[in-house]
Each structure stands twice: as C-alpha cells, then as structure tokens.
Design a binder for this molecule. Structure first.
Ligand code: ADP
Ligand code: MG
Length: 713
C-alpha cells in the first residue's frame, strides 16, 4: 500500500474513501481533522476473532462469518403476516441461506455482490434440509483492499455510533486507515515526566488499543474494554482531566497576572465595625471567607472568587462585606441577581446592612420607570451611588460607572459567559465574587470553576434547627391539608406551596398551581391565599411577594419563581407538589426557603401518583440529610454534571470519557500535576519549552475555540 502521509491536523478530505459527501457529513458532526476522528471512540466492541468459513459452520452453534450475497429475494408465505427475506450467501468454501422476517429494507441495503459480516445460529431447515441462519445480525462491510488484514473481522472490532447515516463500519475503516498511516508514532501531548509519574499509557499505543484492542483474553467479555481501569481508557480519562485542569490553571494564572487598577485602602478595624452593626454574630466560616476577600483586596491583582455555601449559610452578608470595603476606598460595586424578586430582596437586605455605614444604594431592574432610571444612571455615572443592585438590567450599555471596583454575581450559572463579561468590562479589572444557589460538589467546583479561588461557607448560623423533611405518600395525601397544614395556618405561620408547572397538562395530569389556589382558598376562606406565577407582571408579582413578606398573605401557591433565594422569616412550611419532577439540589434550595426566622422549618414533599420507585428513593435522600453538600453529590450522581450546572454555558467542551463522579480522584491528581507544571508566575521557564508548546498547541487543536474561553474572565 502507498504510505499515506497524514499529520494529526490534516483535513479529512485527504483521507482516502472519505470523499466530498461523507466529508460534509463528518463536518456536520464537527469532525474536521484527523485528530477529531481519532478521538471518536467506539461505544462498544465485538469479538470477531473466531470468524469461520461457511464450510466450518455447525448446526446449533452460533458463529460469525463473512459472505457475499449471491441472491436475495422476498417471499410471501401463507399464514405469515410479514414477508420473508431470503438470501443465498457464499464464500470460497461454500454456501448458506439466511432468512429474515419482515425486514424488507434488506433487499435494498444488501443487493447481490454485497460483502457483509453475519452472525447467527445455523440450523438445518426441516423443509428442505438446507443449512439456514435465521435473522442473523448483519453488518455490511466497507470494501477493503485484498490481501490486507481486514479491519472488520478476525479481531476485536470497535462499534461506533452511527451518525448522519455514516455506518459504524465506515468509521472503523477510516479510523483504521488513519491509525495505520500513523503507525509507530511516538508523539504525546502530555509531558513525559507527568506520564511516568502516574504510569499512564503513551498516546498512540493507547489510541490504537481504544479502537482496535488486542489485549483481551479469549472468551472474556468485551465490556471489560469499557471499564475505566482498562489502561488505554485510563489514559484518556486522565488526559481529559489533565487538559481541563491545565486550561483552568493557566487561565487562573493569567488573570492573576493582570495588575490591579484600583488601589484600595483597607480600614484596619473594618470587620469589627461591620460586625457591630449586625443583629447577630458572624459564623466562623463567614469570618474566614470575609478575611479571604479582604486579603484578596490587599493583593496587587484582582480577586476572582467563588463563594460556595449551603442554603442559608449567609452568603449575602459575606458579599456585602466586599461592598463595605470597596465603598470605604471610594469604589463602586455592582450586585447582579437572576430575577427581579431576588434583586429587590437583596436590595432590601443590603440596604439594611450597608446604609448605616454611609453606603448609598440603588436598585436597577427592567421595571424601574424611565425617568427614575435616567436619574439613577446619571448618579451612578457620577459616582454618587456606591452600590447598584439589579438584574440583567445592569449589563445594558447605557449604564456606566465612574469607578467600578467590585462585582457580585449571584447564581452565576443563570447568566451566560457573555453577560458576565459585559458587566466585568464596565470596570477596570474589578474584583469579582460569584455565588451559586446551592452547594456544588467539589469535583464540579474544581473542574468548572477551577480558574477561581474558592471560599467555603461550611457552617450555618447557630440556633437555627435544620428543616425537617417528610415525604407524603401512600394515602396520606387525602388528609394532608387538613391535618398538617391547617394547624400551621391556625398558629399564624406562613406556608409556601410550590408546583412544577403553571398550566394544566392534559397528558400528564399535573395538578396545577392555579386550580390548587382555588381549592385551598375555598378550604380556608378566611385566610389570605395568593397565587404567584411566572406569567404575572412584575407589579403583580411584587405586590404578592410584598403581601407575603409582610405576613398578610398566609399561604402562597407558586411555581418555581420562589426557588431563588427569597427570604421570608415568617414562613415555616414548604409544600412541594409533584416533587419528583424537581432535581434534588433544587428541592434542597426550595426547602431552604423556610425556617429562616426563629421558628423551625418543615418541608413536605408530595410526589405525583405516577412517581417511580426510583424517584421516591431519590427523594428519601432529602429526608435523611440536611447537608446541602451531601445532597449535591447525590444529585450529581443522578443527573450528571451538564444538567447540574448548565455546562453548556460554560464555554468548555463536554467530557467524552471522564466522569466527574467516578473519576474525582483522578481529577485531583490531574489538577495537582497541571498546576505544578504551569507554575505560579507567568514567564515560568517551562513555558518556553517544547513540551509546553506541544501541549498548548495540541489542546487548541483538540478543542477549537478554547482560546476564546481562555480570554474571558
Ligand atoms: P444564603 O447563603 O442562602 O444566600 P442568606 O445570605 O440569604 O443565605 O442568609 C440567610 C439568612 O441568615 C438571612 O436572613 C441572614 O440575615 C441570616 N444570617 C446571615 N448570617 C447570619 C449569622 N451569622 N447569624 C445569624 N443569622 C445570619
Ligand atoms: Mg442567597
């Protein structure tokens, strides 16, 4: 065979047999270079080492064989509803018959002369004594050159997901061809010292084994090749995590090399002054996080920090501390929240905390009136306002600051990368604090926020008992409202009732917030019961929330608009209907809405009638623990990282072989090795080595567009 001269970045049209049409299809699935295809790993394998010739077939013994279609025809049999497809198959040693029931398309896909691989159990036909294989598995083989070892048989073969009508057999053949042309390649993107230190297989041998495994004992299950311990797979799991952590570490270091623009003067007695104004004592964790922010402010480079804490751990206060410090250096702050309700509430809280210290605040949301908005923006522009709290309205072009030094983004995952960037660009490399609504597992934090420093609030304010959680099922639903909720209302406490949807879904018979509002209002005519849905106008929502906050409204029936951080001290009970439709972290967030005052909180989860037993088991986790970090780990196991954190917004590639739950240990190893390799300061001599350049180039080829991600702060 002519030696094909391929490099890893060769475009796919230089690979023989791809052609224009298939090239276009490959491009549609995002495959442009040789490298892209090499990383398209099979999802399973088939052991075709013992391929037989037709003459070797034995009745009753399942076997695989390669044959040519000599003839294929449709047969209508009386008493048989579906037609039969019958084919005569031959190889150099003999002939055998194959029959399929009702698979007429085979007449088209397997015309005479087609060569294919068959697998099935031959039997002697009781009608005519001919050896017949019934309904064999068939795989049409991409034609191959004669005299060359086949990619399709006599080995363990990879099976690929078919995409855009491109068959597994097609992928097998071109990937095989590419590997053959790269034979003997000694390239490796990962520095050799790192490979050696964790005994990871080399790049090319690992690739070959991923696609065409050789080391499986005879008779062993091919699924062993899918295990993370399988050395080639282990290599790519490590590689994926190492690349990620390299990117994270590199980005973090680059951000930290941008000098701080705004000098800060930090008052020596700041923390005690701040604390004196509070009606309670700071928790140790709050004090620690506040100290971390303060020392970040004292550094010559801007802060980039994630504040991670359970629901109710007091994140708002910690964030407010940064505003306090900034204002005392004459710097402005912006605090962005995902919803109007939440922005309004933060505004009220922050006002209470900060105004006594002379901090001037403004609230900016879509619903602020035009003239008011104009005045407000002017005041911000002139530096008369220290803190602007708001929603996405903060990123509008018209808003400009005179000296924006500190930014807080609450529930950062609700904002896109671009939105955060736009806000950050309103300042000169400001300090940034991001917060999440619920705790996220460590493995996720390190991978998706690996470019940030992390402050952990692992403690909740003392004196607040945990929210008790109970699943209401098995007939208890009937008496639930009278027995459990009635007394709560009589005691004068307030109740949230949350629904997953706002409108009746005929198909799934979801109880719906609107109709339940009617039912409950009829049940307790003297109590004020209100409805809150996403479809209401801002004014309606606001007056409803205000009435609930003031205690006038006793029971609030709502869709998940309350999910995000609302703080109603008099609310003690949370009822979640169709609870199985929510994620665990979301439910944890919901139950965190109650028991925030002096009285203990209670959460009732009411699953729908169709809830599966798995769903109920999942909900039981919430009965067992009140620790948001434990809940988060469980949720990650169930839903995977994408769902959990909205990774589609992160701008980073999704994992192909690594799994953050399973491979958390490997992640830590990869992180350590990557950060050692990167070094602490830019200009690290390692950066000018061939190894560094190779790694960086490779990652950029592997993940096109990642440069953009690296640029976004
Ligand atoms: P989250 O971390 O969920 O955003 P918040 O910041 O909304 O929590 O705080 C929850 C409640 O706890 C608020 O009512 C807040 O005033 C109160 N809080 C915060 N810190 C303390 C503390 N150290 N001691 C007592 N209560 C606190
Ligand atoms: Mg909050």
């Amino acid at each position: 065979m002519d030696k094909l001269d391929l490099s890893l970045v060769s475009p796919l049209n230089v690979v023989p047999d791809i052609g224009v049409k298939r090239g276009e299809k490959l491009a549609r699935i995002g495959f442009r270079t040789v490298l892209d295809l090499l990383y398209f790993f099979p999802f399973r394998y088939e052991d075709r080492r013992a391929v037989q010739s037709i003459r070797q077939l034995v009745p009753g013994v399942p076997a695989g064989f390669v044959a040519r279609i000599r003839q294929i025809r449709k047969k209508n049999i009386r008493n048989l509803r579906v037609p039969l497809v019958e084919a005569d198959l031959e190889d150099d040693s003999g002939m055998v018959r194959a029959v399929w029931f009702g698979q007429e398309y085979l007449l088209k896909t397997l015309p005479p002369e087609t060569v294919a691989f068959f697998f099935g159990k031959p039997e002697v036909s009781p009608y005519d004594g001919l050896l017949t294989v019934r309904s064999p598995v068939v795989e049409k083989m991409e034609s191959e050159k004669k005299g060359q070892k086949s990619f399709h048989v006599n080995r363990i073969v990879p099976v690929y997901h078919e995409e855009q009508g491109l068959s597994s057999s097609f992928f097998r053949k071109i990937i095989g061809t590419i590997l053959a042309s790269l034979w003997g390649n000694t390239f490796d993107p990962i520095p050799s010292a790192i490979l050696a230190s964790c005994q990871i297989m080399g790049w090319f041998p690992a690739l070959v084994e991923m696609h065409f495994p050789k080391n499986l004992p005879k008779g062993a299950d091919t699924d062993l090749l899918l295990m993370p311990e399988y050395p080639p797979r282990k290599r790519f799991v490590f590689e994926e995590l190492f690349f990620l952590e390299f990117l994270m570490g590199y980005k973090k270091r680059e951000i930290q090399s941008i000098p701080r623009v705004h000098a800060r003067t930090l008052p020596p007695d700041g923390m005690s002054r701040f604390e004196r104004g509070l009606p309670f004592q700071l928790t140790k964790a709050q004090r620690r996080a506040m100290g971390e922010i303060e020392s970040d402010f004292a550094r010559p480079v801007p802060m980039n920090r994630l504040l991670l804490g359970d629901v109710g751990s007091g994140k708002t206060l910690v964030a407010a501390w940064g505003v306090f410090l900034s204002a005392s250096s004459g710097l402005q702050s912006a605090f962005m929240a995902p919803t109007e309700i939440l922005a309004k509430q933060h505004f009220i809280t922050l006002k209470g905390l900060l105004e006594p210290h002379g901090v001037s605040l403004a609230l900016l949301t879509q619903s602020v009136r035009k003239t008011e908005k104009r005045d407000l923006m002017e005041a911000v522009h002139q530096g008369k306002i220290h803190l602007v709290v708001g929603t996405h309205a903060l990123i509008q072009d018209a808003l400009s600051f005179s000296s924006l030094g500190y930014i807080v983004v609450d529930e950062q995952h609700k904002f896109g990368v671009e939105q955060r960037k736009t806000l950050i660009n309103k300042g000169d490399n400001p300090d940034v604090l991001v917060m999440t609504a619920t705790p996220i597992p460590r493995s996720l934090a390190l991978s998706y926020f690996g470019d940030l420093d992390i402050s952990l609030l692992d403690e909740r304010p003392a004196g607040r008992p945990p929210v008790r959680t109970e699943i209401i099922s098995g007939g208890e639903e009937e008496t639930f409202w009278d027995k459990r909720i009635g007394p709560v209302l009589e005691r004068g406490e307030q109740v949230f009732v949350v629904y997953p949807l706002i409108e009746e879904s005929e198909k799934e018979d979801l109880k719906d917030a609107t109709s339940m509002h009617g039912v409950l209002s009829a049940k307790w005519p003297s109590a004020e019961i209100r409805l809150l849905t996403g479809k209401m106008t801002w004014e309606e929502k606001e007056s409803t929330m205000e009435s609930f906050r003031s205690g006038r409204t006793r029971l609030l029936v709502s869709t998940t608009v309350v999910e995000v951080g609302v703080d109603i001290p008099g609310a003690t009970v949370m009822v979640v209907e169709n609870a199985e439709r929510f994620g665990l972290a979301q439910l944890h967030q919901l139950r965190g809405r109650v028991g925030r005052g002096s009285l203990p909180g209670m959460c009732f989860l009411v699953p729908g009638r169709q809830a599966s037993s798995e769903a109920l088991e999942r909900l039981a986790i919430l009965e067992q623990t009140d620790d948001g970090f434990v809940v988060a780990e469980e949720d990650l196991k169930i839903r995977g990282p994408g769902e959990f954190i909205g990774t589609r917004q992160s701008g980073l590639p999704a994992f192909r072989v690594a799994n953050l739950v399973r491979d958390a240990e490997t992640l830590l190893v990869a992180r350590k090795l990557a950060s050692d390799f990167i070094g602490l300061v830019p200009g690290n001599p390692a950066e000018h080595t061939w190894e560094w350049t190779t790694l960086m180039n490779f990652i950029q080829n592997r993940y096109p567009g990642v440069e953009d991600w690296l640029m976004i702060r």
